[in-house]
Write a protein that binds this ligand. Structure first.
Ligand code: NAD
Ligand code: UGA
Length: 441
């Protein structure tokens, strides 16, 4: 099939590339000339495991193209995926200006039947707005070309995006145009050969499903983070509690890890947007409001632990920071808890030596104005002469570190672990003063 993907960010680029991998001819459009230049020169503008190889392979096969030329891109695909950003507006609601601009572009330039597919995360009712935007542009030029609007929210996780797209748990398709649904079924059938998990529903339910999924996952995390706070007080170990409850299939093991708070470009903004949609409709989502408040508090928990050990005034103290990205296997720094933690430590007078295996260039870009923050080339360099180690992101390379080196490099052997990577008993045996999240020892 011929496909256009509008927006070549985490979602658009992965979608376009994975669809090309199945034999489709895909053209990816972006307004960001720098991104398109990187892609045309054989690179990729983001870090995503397995993506570069797949982009390279499909470009070489002539199935994947990149452009900033709107007319060329709109003409290319029968299926027009919109995968542009939907960042939070000042009041927390999703800003639809990029989605609607993309829809208008399709309406302006289409000359034959198109299916306009919303892959961006958009509030319930956006399908109608997209339909109106396309129709208005067609009307302006007196065109009666037919089109359909479909909602096809994306559930991939950064750091596992290619894997998630190639082997989806389910594919949600919202729409009522039979021809469009048939095309969507054909498009996705190679991805779900072993199971039939293409769920067709109305557009509004599809749009809502996306927010419901992210809100449910964020709720689990905030709930576990709160239980971790209590675990510490009562002398229980949240890691044992996690296993104890996760073994119940009604609960399950996924997304039960207490930590330094959830971040990223999605949970924080989607939770806010759903709360906003609810209040616009006269409904107060009390649980979700609490989820957000608990997460804001959680981002300060590591700082509280540093303060409890070293005092409010951190002047003259240096801390090693391991991990900056909002999660492992990504360079994404959007809403990363590290940004709050670093800001708070520096505000209290601390000097920081930070290392991240992948996200350092992006971290340098977004925290260029933070004083007393030095980016170093490795775990060992971060430790040199520091008072304590603070672990924020659970990269694999931090999981079995050289504990002797940690002890000998730090002024005092203090490890404050925001991801519960180490065994408190082992740390005690090694003579390391250790604090995790919700651990009893
Ligand atoms: P992103 O910011 O990485 O990428 C968006 C891209 O769209 C940018 O490159 C931007 O230049 C481009 N763009 C903006 N307006 C455009 C236009 N009119 N024409 C062409 N290109 C345009 O965003 P993302 O992380 O890929 O997220 C995109 C959407 O998908 C959001 O709604 C997000 O909530 C949702 N989503 C994201 C993820 C994720 O893991 N990042 C997962 C599922 C869903
Ligand atoms: C999340 C969802 O998992 C995807 O299904 C969804 O498509 C995506 O948002 C989106 O809508 O964009 P993502 O933000 O990439 O994906 O990453 P997650 O793995 O969900 O992690 C989000 C945050 O939660 C991270 O900060 C992570 O550290 C934190 N987290 C996750 C925990 O604190 N504990 C956990 O048990 C799991």
């Amino acid at each position: 099939m011929k496909i256009t993907v509008i927006g070549t960010g985490y979602v658009g680029l992965v979608t376009g590339t994975c669809l090309a991998e199945m034999g489709n001819h895909v053209m990816c459009l972006d307004v960001d000339e720098k991104k398109i230049r990187i892609l045309e020169e054989g690179g990729i503008p983001i870090h995503e495991p397995g993506l570069l190889e797949m982009v390279t392979r499909n470009r070489a096969a002539g199935r994947l193209q990149f452009t900033t030329d709107v007319i060329k891109a709109v003409n290319h695909g029968t299926l027009q995926f919109i995968g542009v950003g939907t960042p939070p507006d000042e009041d927390g609601s999703a800003d639809l200006q990029y989605v609607l601009a993309a829809a208008r572009n399709v309406g302006k330039h289409m000359t034959d039947y198109k299916v306009v597919i919303n892959k961006s995360t958009v509030p319930v009712g956006t399908g109608d707005k997209v339909r109106a935007a396309v129709a208005e542009e067609l009307k302006k030029r007196g065109s009666d070309v037919e089109f359909a609007v479909v909602s096809n929210p994306e559930f991939l996780k950064e750091g596992a995006a290619v894997e998630d797209f190639m082997r989806p748990d389910r594919i949600v398709v919202g729409g009522d145009d039979e021809r469009a649904i048939l095309l969507m079924r054909a498009l996705y059938s190679p991805f779900i050969r072993n199971h039939d998990r293409l769920l067709v529903m109305d557009i509004k339910s599809a749009e809502f499903t996306k927010y419901a999924a992210n809100s449910m996952l964020a709720t689990r995390i905030s709930f576990m983070n709160e239980l971790a706070l209590l675990s510490e007080k009562v002398g229980a170990d949240i890691e044992l509690v996690r296993k104890g409850i996760g073994s119940d299939p009604r609960i399950g093991y996924h997304f039960l890890y207490a930590g330094a708070g959830y971040g990223g470009s999605c949970f924080p903004k989607d939770v806010k947007a759903l709360v906003k949609t609810a209040s616009q409709n006269g409904v107060e989502l009390q649980v979700l409001q609490a989820v957000e408040a608990a997460n804001e508090r959680q981002k300060h928990v590591l700082v509280d632990k540093v303060v409890a050990r070293f005092g409010e005034d951190l002047t003259g103290r240096t801390f090693a920071i391991w991990g900056l990205a909002f999660k492992p296997n990504t360079d994404d720094m959007r809403e990363a808890p590290s940004r709050v933690i670093i800001g708070e430590l520096v505000r209290r007078g601390a000097k920081l030596r930070a290392y991240d295996p992948v996200a350092m260039p992006e971290a340098q870009r977004v925290m260029s104005d933070v004083k007393n923050l030095t980016f170093v080339d490795g775990q060992a360099q971060a430790l040199e002469g520091a008072d304590a180690l603070v672990v924020i992101t659970e990269w694999k390379e931090f999981k079995s570190p050289d504990f002797d080196l940690i002890k000998s490099s730090l002024k005092q052997p203090v490890v404050i672990d925001g991801r519960n990577l180490y065994d408190p008993q082992l740390m005690s045996t090694l003579g390391i003063e250790y604090t995790g999240i919700g651990r009893s020892a």
